[in-house]
Ligand binder design. Structure first.
Ligand code: NAD
Length: 257
């Protein structure tokens, strides 16, 4: 389904990452994948994933560094030419902002969360726009905490709300070139980023018990939906928040059997 397409996937930290599930699904469908690593500490893990998936190049990218985003664009242009999709699977908030009361969030923690989890999405697409093919597909990752109270999600909920809103504005900006912008709102999955959220294990078991499918989603399931949104099969879909959460977002109260 992705044969002949080239795409950038940002956010692989290891083989538990949602970005890894997406990269694997895309590679299986014939896409030529490009990966980035946040820092030297993560480089060898990302290289391992690259070797497994037949990725030819990995590039450094700390999304807070504008020069690295510009260098990434130049490197991709040189090594691959134009690309057909971008996946943004990046988020961060200081740990102290992911437990306790939301109202106690500091200005610093708020701006770090917004910069890394929201502005990075806008800036990467803005800087890479010149090397995007017409009809390209762009995807980011959100969570139900954008639209509902979720214990401890706090400032990340506000960041995800801004991210989902950015999806809609960017869909309009890029729609005249046939470029689509969507988000997947994934259910809770045990990853490095998720380990920073207070009581995450409780959230996992609550979701498992109270989602219509009575299970948590896997990175393979998110990968498969991502592959659909990145392929031409979804050519009429843009500005959407696509839930891949075993249906948990539809149950307003605990399920009673
Ligand atoms: P992860 O820890 O595997 O991935 C997060 C990635 O963000 C890492 O690769 C990390 O290197 C990268 N990152 C953080 N700061 C960065 C920076 N300054 N520059 C470049 N990269 C940076 O965790 P994940 O759960 O796979 O997270 C991927 C996305 O999925 C995030 O947006 C997260 O909010 C979202 N999400 C996760 C869940 C979940 O339960 N795990 C649910 C819904 C949405």
């Amino acid at each position: 389904m992705l044969k002949g397409k080239k795409g950038l996937i940002i956010g692989v930290a290891n083989n538990k990452s949602i970005a890894y599930g997406i990269a694997k699904a895309c590679a299986n469908q014939g896409a030529d994948i490009i990966l980035t690593y946040q820092n030297e500490k993560l480089q060898s893990r990302v290289q391992k994933v690259a070797d497994e998936l037949g990725v030819k190049h990995i590039y450094p990218l700390d999304v807070t560094n504008e020069q690295e985003i510009l260098a990434l664009k130049d490197n991709i242009q040189k090594d691959y030419g134009n690309i057909d999709f971008i996946v943004h699977a990046v988020a961060f908030a200081p740990k102290e902002a992911l437990s306790g009361r939301f109202i106690d969030v500091t200005k610093d923690a708020f701006s770090i969360a917004m910069q890394i989890s929201v502005y990075s999405f806008i800036e990467v697409v803005q800087k890479l726009e010149p090397i995007l093919n017409d009809n390209a597909s762009i995807l980011t990752l959100s969570y139900l905490g954008a639209v509902r109270y979720i214990p401890h999600y706090n400032v990340m909920g506000v960041a995800k709300a801004a991210l989902e809103s950015s999806v809609r504005y960017m869909a309009v900006d890029l729609g005249s070139r046939g470029i689509r912008v969507n988000a997947i709102s994934a259910g809770p999955i045990k990853t490095l980023a998720a380990s920073g959220i207070g009581d995450f294990r409780k959230i996992l078991s609550y979701n498992e018990e109270n989602s219509p499918l009575r299970k948590n989603v896997t990175i393979e399931e998110v990968g498969n939906s991502a592959m659909y949104l990145l392929s031409d099969l979804s050519s009429g879909v843009t500005g959407e928040i696509h839930y891949v959460d075993s249906g948990y977002n539809v149950t307003g109260m605990p399920i009673v059997e």
